[in-house]
Design a protein around this ligand. Structure first.
Ligand code: AHG
Ligand code: MN
Ligand code: MN
Length: 297
């Protein structure tokens, strides 16, 4: 099995970008080690108004510090920081958007959580998702895995005991499938969402929803199906963030032949206006998303 460095070389990945991807992937070790001593909730709220888990802030500070000293990054937009972080006197070629710890409500119950990262070239973080140069997520499960795209398909790596990431699968395709997970409270779902989910269930779809977007998406990437966090009555924009969650995961989904939508159009074509803006998310099998988008509002 080849390493992620060898994979990036074979893909002709620009040297600084390859170095940045590997630097981010290397943070899985310190993050995993920090879980045992950071199990509690902090007393602070993030910009989305959510109580921060200790690991949210620990991971955010850790990754931001590593990137700020790398000389590879000029801006960092993080779910856990109100403002965009400007790396001091950096001529870094790339800007990074990140959800440093996704699924943090699951830390206390030892279920899979992850780190979601998108990388753009240049000094700006409000970009259309299809301009991304690389997207990845680290998944802290029984194995530590890296799911990565540099724009030529999706590859899966597992971290070996010596810290190297070894290629498990390349050119992963997101199949049509019959599992679905939907966030939000069913009584507050819109009529369109309720009837779509009900139709999938009537066709035999099975629910798979853990509370960790990155873990739930990883299942959809493998088995096909749908992850949704929809608009709801009183929450027209849903819960998840366009810049830190939807765009990187959506880039990976579309690189694997899947789709990401807000229910009516491709989320990767949307230019964010505000770093913390939220969006309804439907991500998964192309056929399912196209069927949803064809429904009348
Ligand atoms: P985060 O921990 O980064 O805030 O993300 C949590 C998100 C997402 O990972 C998950 O699918 C969703 O919130 C769960 O929301 P509910 O608890 O409302 O189901
Ligand atoms: Mn998240
Ligand atoms: Mn998070």
């Amino acid at each position: 099995m080849i390493t992620v460095q060898e994979y990036l070389g074979e893909k002709g990945c620009e040297a600084d970008l390859a170095e940045l991807i590997c630097l981010i992937a290397e943070q899985a070790g310190p993050i995993r080690s920090a879980f045992i001593s950071h199990q509690r909730y902090a007393t602070s709220l993030n910009t989305s108004g959510e109580v921060q888990a200790e690991m949210d802030t620990w991971s955010d500070t850790h990754i931001t510090t590593v990137l700020a000293h790398s000389g590879l990054v000029s801006l960092i937009a993080s779910e856990e920081q109100e403002k965009v972080y400007e790396c001091r006197n950096s001529t870094g070629r790339y800007s990074v958007v990140m959800d440093p710890l996704d699924g943090s409500s699951l830390i206390a119950v030892n279920l899979a959580v992850g780190t979601i990262v998108g990388i753009y070239e240049g000094r700006s973080v409000l970009r259309k998702g299809n301009e991304m140069k690389a997207a990845l997520y680290l998944l802290y499960g029984p194995m530590t895995t890296l799911t990565l795209s540099v724009g030529s398909g999706v590859a899966l790596f597992s971290q070996a005991d010596d810290g190297r990431y070894l290629l498990m699968e390349d050119s992963i395709t997101l199949p049509e499938g019959t599992i679905y997970g939907s966030g939000g409270e069913r009584p507050k779902w819109t009529k369109k969402h309720t009837s779509f989910i009900t139709a999938l269930e009537a066709e035999g779809a099975k629910s798979r929803y853990s509370g960790s977007f990155v873990a739930d998406f990883h299942q959809i990437l493998r088995y096909g199906g749908l992850y949704a966090y929809p608009a709801a009555h009183g929450k027209p924009e849903g819960k998840l963030r366009l810049v830190f969650e939807a765009q990187p995961i959506g880039f990976l989904a579309e690189q694997a032949g899947g789709r990401i939508s807000n229910g009516s159009s491709d989320l990767l074509d949307i230019l964010p206006e505000e770093v913390h803006q939220k969006t309804p998310i439907y991500v998964g099998s192309r056929g399912i998303i196209e069927r949803l988008e064809a429904l009348p509002e």
